[in-house]
Design a protein. Structure first.
Length: 272
């Protein structure tokens, strides 16, 4: 019994260490001297094509409805994909949306990479002080989801110019690859524009991007009374350029005419 008890203490202490200490440490976490891996900060180039489905595109710029107004929290995530066909492979979330909204980045944007050779992955939201689960974020207007990563207050204070992250969702990727093999994405014309990437867990899938809306990140909730005035007076990390029906032919024509593939990062750049 003593051996089992010692094993229990060993794994309990290991769990507590992961829970209470950051695996990235540095100036963010005073409990460790391990530095934050700044090599995991990458630049998303100006003009990168982004694709999104959403009921009301205006909320991508003014945040969520709140008490008759709108609200942007410091950790607000606006989610995008890098291909117009990714949403086809995740029907659980997107099957009822008829339109696809197309955006481009307005500037070079710093983001935290949790793909390829990064030491971080989407699961890092439960192990460090850079990220936490979004349901733990303090906000009067947004109740985050426990399965989404959000930057911690400490990280945002230290790195306010990091505007988002890119990662792979493990469960969505499993379903997505089934669609690639046997479902609606088993189509060579669509597959031409779908590029999977790995993370350090050995998971591969379509990268998901989360961005904060405005060029200047606010550290506290912002309540917006007049959405049109807010949009007029602020710079954003992305802009909406087009809305198209989720029709294969239409989307293929758009990509053939208006996209340039970058094999280094597997994203697309917009061309007129």
């Amino acid at each position: 019994m003593e051996n089992y008890y010692h094993k229990y203490l060993k794994y309990k202490n290991k769990y507590l260490a992961l829970k209470n200490n950051s695996m990235i440490g540095g100036k963010i976490n005073s409990n460790t001297n391990e530095p934050f891996d700044e090599k995991s900060i990458i630049v998303l180039p100006k003009g990168t094509l982004l694709f999104r489905v959403v009921e009301d595109p205006q909320t991508d710029f003014v945040g969520v409805p709140f008490d008759g107004k709108h609200c942007i929290s410091a950790s607000l995530n606006v989610f995008f994909y890098f291909s117009p066909f990714i949403v086809d492979g995740i029907p659980k979330w997107f099957k009822d949306f008829k339109d696809l909204h197309i955006y481009i980045t307005t500037k070079d944007i710093k983001i935290l990479s949790m793909i390829n050779n990064s030491i971080y992955n989407r699961g890092s939201k439960t192990t460090g002080s850079i990220l936490t689960t979004c349901d733990t974020i303090k906000s009067q207007c947004i109740k985050g989801r426990p399965y989404d990563p959000c930057f911690t207050d400490e990280f945002l204070k230290e790195y306010p110019d990091v505007m988002g992250w890119v990662a792979i969702t493990k469960n969505d990727s499993k379903k997505f690859k089934k669609e690639l093999k046997h479902g609606v994405l088993n189509d060579n014309e669509k597959k031409k524009y779908i590029h999977l990437v790995p993370d350090n867990r050995g998971v591969s899938g379509p990268p998901e991007l989360a961005l904060y809306p405005t060029v200047k990140r606010e550290i506290e909730d912002v309540i917006i009374d007049n959405p049109d005035e807010w949009i007029k007076n602020h710079e954003f990390n992305y802009k909406h350029i087009l809305t198209l029906k989720r029709d294969k032919k239409t989307l293929l024509e758009f990509m053939e005419k208006h996209s340039i593939y970058n094999p280094n990062n597997k994203f697309y750049t917009y061309k007129e």
